[in-house]
Structures are given as structure tokens and as C-alpha cells.
Design a protein around this ligand. Structure first.
Ligand code: SF4
Length: 251
């Protein structure tokens, strides 16, 4: 999912409506501190060697231009979503960029919701935590409940401890959206009791205001991965649905 522009769209999404995208990663490459076996941007090693990250000043310029253009054309914008080729919080200007984006949103499209998709590895940093707390939808990933399982599915390239991330996420007091990928690979299966029950315990501990469960959709860097159907995923999360958790399931 390589995108040339720092600000792209708006594209129409069933869930988000008319959505502007922001890619805080290099224009021609992927930068992430995970290397998920299912990543739609491919393996980290296959990035194109472009390590130039957009700055806060560039974001201000491009987002202002795009919002002005959309407003002049009468184009509706329902959401502004940070979801680029990698992990947006790795951009050193991330916190400043969130402030700029929220101010521009307030000025041009006050009804639009700002969302950030992040792998949650950096929520322990105070500036990242505070920035994520300010946006309407911090969408934060936990795919597996133990470091050994995370190693198989997300392949962290950084110091990572699920326990530490859970402790850091507790500071949101449930005011975030948990995102979890369900899939089967030769050595990882989201429906294994070790994975599923451990993950459900984390959900109960964190009580996120919403959970987004999804499965593979496009080509993946690891071959031979299998997806789940919506019905299968609904059965897998049934105990949580019965306990009243709000869960969006995307096939
Ligand atoms: S966290 Fe997201 S961008 Fe990073 S490797 Fe995983 S799927 Fe790709």
C-alpha cells in the first residue's frame, strides 16, 4: 500500500465515510519497528531505502492545502486517518503533527474525526501517549498475549513486552480502540486457546471502549497465511460479546 503523498484522498470507506489519509512515513518505503507477517506494506527489508520522513512543517503545508481545496470544492470530509507505510509514532514530529492536525481540523472541518492506527509499541513515551489521548480514535494493536507469540506474528525489531504495553495502555482508562488481527500461519493460530484466551484476558483487563477484530484481506509478505470468516471470528469472540464488549468484526 505505497502512497506517494503525505496527505492523500479523500477516499470513500464504508466505516469512515469520506476519509483523508496521512502517511507520516517515507514516500517510497516502509519504516516500522514491527515486521508483521501479514503487513500489507511488505517486509521491512524490502523497503526502498527511502528514510526521509515528512516534517511537521510539510504536514502543515500539505494538509492546509488539501483542506482548503476540499472545502472550496464542497467535498465532505468525515475523518482524517493516520495510516501510512509503517508506524506513524516513529516520526519524531508525531506529537507536534497531531496538534497541527487537530487545529486544522477544528478550523476547516470541525465535525471530522481524527484517527491514528498504531502498533502501540511507543505508548510508554509521554509525548506519544499524550498525543494519542488527544485524537478521537486511537486505534492500538495487540495481536497476541505473550512475547513468544508476538515474536511469531509481529516480529518486533525493538524492545517489546506485552506486559509493559498492557500497563501503558491502562493509562487510557479504556478510552481507546483495540485492534487485533486474526489469522493462521504455520506457527501461529489466533484461535489456539493459548492465544485466544490470553488475548481475552488482556481485553478484560484493559476494557477498551471498542475492539476491532479483522483478518487478512490483501497479499501478505509471508505466504500461506489463512484468514478467518466473519462468522468464525464472531464465534471466537463470543464470550466477550456476551460480556457486553463492543466488537467490530471485519472480514
Ligand atoms: S505494525 Fe503495521 S506497519 Fe508495522 S509491520 Fe505490522 S502491519 Fe506493518
Amino acid at each position: 500500500m505505497m502512497r506517494e503523498d503525505l496527505v492523500f484522498g479523500p477516499i470513500h470507506s464504508r466505516r469512515l465515510g469520506s476519509s483523508l489519509g496521512i502517511n507520516l512515513l517515507p514516500q517510497k518505503g516502509k519504516i516500522c519497528n514491527f515486521d508483521c507477517i501479514y503487513c500489507e506494506c511488505g517486509w521491512n527489508k524490502d523497503g526502498h531505502g527511502d528514510h526521509v520522513l515528512p516534517t511537521a512543517a510539510e504536514l502543515r503545508r500539505d494538509l492546509t492545502a488539501k483542506l482548503q481545496e476540499c472545502r472550496a470544492a464542497g467535498t465532505p470530509i468525515d475523518s482524517i486517518t493516520f495510516s501510512g507505510d509503517g508506524e506513524p509514532t516513529l516520526n519524531p514530529d508525531f506529537a507536534e503533527i497531531i496538534d497541527i492536525t487537530l487545529a486544522l481540523r477544528d478550523a476547516y472541518y470541525p465535525e471530522a474525526k481524527v484517527s491514528v492506527l498504531s502498533n502501540a509499541t511507543r505508548v510508554g513515551r509521554e509525548d506519544v501517549f499524550r498525543a494519542l489521548q488527544k485524537v478521537d480514535n486511537p486505534i492500538l494493536k495487540i495481536d497476541a498475549p505473550t512475547d513468544a507469540l508476538v515474536a511469531r506474528i509481529n516480529q518486533p525489531q525493538c524492545d517489546y513486552s506485552v506486559r509493559q504495553v498492557v500497563e501503558d495502555l491502562k493509562r487510557f482508562e479504556g478510552n481507546f480502540i483495540l485492534q487485533t488481527m486474526f489469522l493462521k500461519s504455520p506457527d501461529f493460530d489466533s484461535s489456539d486457546p493459548e492465544s485466544l484466551e490470553g488475548w481475552m484476558e488482556i481485553v478484560r483487563e484493559l476494557r477498551p471502549r471498542e475492539i476491532m477484530v479483522y483478518t487478512i484481506d490483501r497479499e501478505t509478505p509471508m505466504k500461506g497465511l489463512q484468514k478467518f470468516t466473519v462468522e468464525q471470528m464472531r464465534e471466537l469472540v463470543r464470550p466477550l460479546l456476551d460480556e457486553g464488549f463492543r466488537i467490530q468484526i471485519k472480514g
